[in-house]
Design a protein around this ligand. Structure first.
Ligand SMILES: [Zn+2]
Length: 70
C-alpha cells in the first residue's frame, strides 16, 4: 500500500502496489491500483510516497481501516 497523488496540490490517496490484492485481483507488476476510496483515476499518478504528509484522503483511510479489519 502506498500513497499516490493524482494532481498537484490534491489529496494523497491510498492505492495498492504490485502484488497486493485490489478488489479481488492482484495488481500487476509495474502498475498501481485505483484509489481505495473509489475516486476515478485515469492515466498515471503524479507521484507516490510512503507517508501521507498530513494530506491523506479520509475516505481512503477509512477504506484501509475496513480492509485491515476483515
Ligand atoms: Zn481517496
Amino acid at each position: 500500500m502506498i500513497y499516490a497523488q493524482i494532481k498537484s496540490g490534491r489529496k494523497l490517496h491510498l492505492v495498492c502496489e504490485a502484488g497486493e490484492e485490489d478488489r479481488g485481483s492482484i495488481v500487476r507488476y509495474g502498475y498501481l491500483g485505483a484509489p481505495l476510496c473509489g475516486q476515478h483515476m485515469e492515466g498515471n499518478y503524479r507521484m507516490t510516497i510512503n507517508v501521507p504528509l498530513g494530506n491523506a484522503c479520509k475516505k481512503c483511510r477509512l477504506a484501509y481501516t475496513r480492509r485491515t479489519h476483515q
